[in-house]
Structures are given as C-alpha cells and as structure tokens.
Design a binder for this molecule. Structure first.
Ligand SMILES: [Mg+2]
Length: 279
C-alpha cells in the first residue's frame, strides 16, 4: 500500500481483493470499518461483478442502518451502471449498456481467443461468459469456480494476461481489463471505473481532488487502472481486505480526532435520474 490516510470527502473502494477476497462476503472487521466511515462521509463501492454479487458480498453483511445506506453508492459492472439508496430501495441512476452487436462480437472473440490459447475449459464451474449490461465478463474456469481452484490456476497471471492482450488486439474499439482472479472484463473505452468515479463526484458535487480510490489492481491492464487516468483522484493500492481495513480504521480514527464538524458530510441529495431499482 502506498500513501498515508488522507482526509478525503468521499472514498471509493474496489470490491474483490480490496474489501473482500474474490467473490467472498465482507468480513465483520471490514463491515465495521465501512459503517464507521459511512458515519463520516459518502462511500462508494465498485466492482467488475454484478449488482447481485454486491448484494451477496456486501449488503447482506454490512448491517448498516438506513441513514448510513443513504450515503452508500454502488457502481457494479465496472461502473457502467450506478445505484443509490432511495426510500428503502436501491435505485439505478444510470446504465451504459453495450449494443447487441457489440456483445456478440465480444463473446465470439473471447471464446475464439481462449480456444486459440488452449485455455478454453470444457467443463467449467457455471457459465464462462456473463452479460453484465455495460460489460461482458469471461471467467476462465466459470463464474462459480471455487476460490482455491481459481488461486491455483495461472499463479503468475501469464495466461490471463495473454488472453487479455490478444482479446484487446482483436477488439481495438473496446477496453479489455483483468481482475485479480481469473476473469477478463470487456467494456467500451471510457465507460469503466473511472467513468463511475467521475459520475459519482459530479452527482455529489465534489471536486475529484477530494475523492480517494482504494483498489488492488491499479497497475497496467488491471481493472482499477482506469481510475489512475483521473489524475486528481488519490489512488491507494492494497493487497487485500485486511490492509484496507487497517487503512479505514486509521482514517476513521484521524477523522474522529480532528473533530466531527470538519469531517462530517451532509447526507447526499437524491439522484435525479431513475431507470430501475432493486429492493
Ligand atoms: Mg479488485
């Protein structure tokens, strides 16, 4: 991890590898840290995964009261869509979906490149490909592969990087990124986690320089890398949720020490555009 606790007015966290292990639930210590932080300022969580995964990994384990949920923003599918809590339900603020033609082309390319690299699994754990609206995700071992199996596959990341690079070459009009584990995400360029962070800052009327982003894959080709293009956003790289929990605890302790008046944010306004919801 680089950087000491800053005094951001809003913190955006990646999910897998940052707040949780891959596709695993939020640990009690991390949940407590997020609740403490939500007392002080808006928090957003972004992931390559779906809203349903965020629900299973985060919301069912966060145990936050309604006023705190009103400060939480969810940016699934790599920020290609966004949700905010309104009147006890999750309201979709936007969704920047790929076209049907783009999705077909992406799926065909992912499968043909995987076959070419001889990493196409004949009997995967669940679906290999998931349509996430604004993003198509390819999970090399299948969507439901056990964590231990995923960690044992391609430990140096070379096979996944070969897949990512070749798919990127074949889809020059798309952005191809990889997560920590075994998945590769394809979105339109410019509609990614950076887009999600920028839209969030705009909706909260916060300068980007007051936003801090915490992620585990900020390096080249990583799925947090786009956020680095927002040069004003302070980016913190972590290597697991325990490190994130320690960072959050230090930030909360410092904010409390500095005094609630200086750090506390008013509850954010309701979103202006509503196109769907989850309850
Ligand atoms: Mg991650």
């Amino acid at each position: 991890m680089t950087g000491s606790p800053q005094a951001p007015r809003c913190v955006v966290f990646d999910l897998d590898g940052t707040l949780t292990d891959s596709k695993q639930p939020l640990a009690p210590r991390m949940a407590a840290g997020l609740r403490d932080l939500l007392e002080l300022r808006p928090v957003a969580i972004t992931t390559g995964g779906t809203w349903e995964l965020m629900d299973a990994q985060v919301l069912r384990h966060l145990d936050a009261p309604e006023p705190l949920l009103g400060r939480l923003y969810l940016l699934p599918a790599s920020g290609t869509c966004a949700y905010h809590r309104v009147d006890g339900g999750w309201l979709r603020q936007y969704s920047r979906d790929l076209s049907a033609e783009q999705k077909v082309r992406i799926v065909d390319t992912l499968l043909s490149v995987a076959a070419e690299l001889e990493i196409l699994v004949a009997d995967p754990w669940g679906e290999l490909i998931e349509d996430r609206g604004g993003q198509v995700t390819y999970s090399v071992l299948g969507q439901r592969a056990p964590l231990a199996v995923k960690e044992a596959w391609d430990p140096d990341g070379s096979s996944k990087e070969a897949l990512r690079q070749l798919v990127q070459e074949r889809l020059p009009d798309m952005a191809v990124r990889s997560g920590r584990s075994t998945s590769v995400d394809v979105t339109r360029p410019g509609v990614d986690k950076a887009y999600g962070v920028r839209e969030l800052a705009r909706s909260l009327e916060l300068p980007l320089s007051t936003v801090t982003y915490v992620g585990d894959r900020l390096g080249t080709g990583g799925n947090d890398e786009p956020v680095r293009s927002l040069q004003e956003v302070i980016c913190i790289e972590v290597s697991g949720w325990q490190q994130t929990a320690a960072w959050v605890e230090a930030l909360v302790a410092r904010a409390r020490h500095d005094g609630p008046e200086r750090d506390r944010e008013p509850l954010a306004d309701s979103p202006t555009a509503a196109t769907g919801s989850h309850r």
